[in-house]
Ligand binder design. Structure first.
Ligand SMILES: O=C(O)c1cc(=O)[nH]c(=O)n1[C@@H]1O[C@H](COP(=O)(O)O)[C@@H](O)[C@H]1O
Length: 311
């Protein structure tokens, strides 16, 4: 069965796109179904210039479009989620954005869930314009979920939280990112401890607690996920982030090109392993352009993720 699309009625036949006044099926439920069916793997679509070159494509908007559509076609029905990285489309201007729109439409038509990796975050009034662009029914840049940055304060994300909830979409909030610079901000202690004095929880733990509050009571899981890199070692323990309490999906980039593998996936997330969606881009995309080679690379990565997270 294909994942249920946003806007589909919660019972009866799945209808893709648009709301009809019926309750929407929340992203968390749709993602849980897709992960059960295809395994806990997201393939990032990151059309780097070097990859385009390796595939015999020009580093142009048209090359990015061809690359992305080939990935979607090869992986349809094979993986739970694809995650186009907006930066690689934006670098080609308006034609690049048109390629992103086409990629999202093709993935939707192929029954793949999409996370638009745009890492947006701004003051609330501007955040509501970002939400409109990436989370509104009918917007050409809307996927099933969006990556967002809470580092202007979690509350600044409110417009995105509200629109995602209203349209059955999801968010992935940066919590413990895969890059080595992340700890400077994410491991820092907030200044309000329980009694109002002394070091409070880590910034990452605060962000996770906000997500947990939004997901409370949702089943099988909520739609406000966190980004927790597979490369972070013991940072979950060091920062006191309570991943099991989040009750939402955990997007785990860093698999493959950034060095994380089966062992890291198995050891980083503790009791929350079942909520993890492992994510890999270059390590899979390098296997292309032959569709069979891409599929084989995705199958291998999905097998590793399944053993590590669901074994
Ligand atoms: O939100 C993300 O996906 C993300 C968060 C993070 O902490 N680290 C991270 O690498 N990413 C994204 O995941 C992708 C990783 O690509 P590869 O290193 O090629 O697998 C890139 O698009 C990154 O922007």
């Amino acid at each position: 069965m294909s994942p249920v699309p946003p806007g589909a009625p919660s019972s009866g036949p799945a209808v893709r796109g648009g709301r009809d006044g019926a309750a929407t099926v929340p992203f968390g439920a749709r993602l849980a179904g897709a992960m059960d069916e295809h395994g806990p793997l997201c393939v990032g679509i990151d059309p780097h210039g070097t990859l385009l070159d390796g595939w015999g494509l020009a580093d142009t908007a048209s090359g990015v479009r061809d690359f992305s559509l080939r990935v979607v076609e090869a992986l349809a029905g094979q993986v739970a989620v694809v995650k186009p990285q907006a930066a690689f489309y934006e670098r080609h201007g308006s034609a690049g954005l048109a390629a992103l729109e086409e990629t999202l439409a093709a993935a939707r038509a192929a029954g793949l869930l999409t996370i638009v990796d745009a890492k947006r975050g701004d003051i609330g009034s501007t955040m509501s314009a970002y939400a409109d662009a990436f989370l509104r029914d009918g917007s050409p840049l809307a996927g099933d979920a969006l990556t967002v940055s809470p580092y202007l304060g979690f509350g600044s994300l409110r417009p995105a939280v509200d629109l995602a909830a209203a349209t059955g979409r999801g968010l992935f909030v940066l919590c413990l990112t895969s890059n080595p610079e992340g700890p400077q901000v994410q491991h820092a202690r907030s200044n309000a401890g329980p009694g109002g004095t002394g070091p409070g929880p880590s910034v990452a733990a605060l962000m996770a607690a906000h997500a947990a509050a939004l997901n409370a009571g949702a089943a099988p899981m909520g739609s406000v996920g966190l980004v927790v890199g597979a490369t972070i070692g013991d940072a979950v323990v060091a920062t006191g982030v309570d991943l099991a309490a989040v009750n939402g999906p955990l997007l785990a980039p860093g698999v493959g090109a950034q060095g994380a593998g089966e062992k890291e996936l198995a050891t980083t997330f503790g009791a929350a392993r079942g909520q993890v969606l492992a994510s890999s881009s270059r390590a899979i995309l390098r296997a292309g352009p032959a569709p069979g080679d891409l599929r084989a690379a995705a199958r291998r990565a999905a097998g590793e993720a399944t053993r590590a997270l669901r074994g």
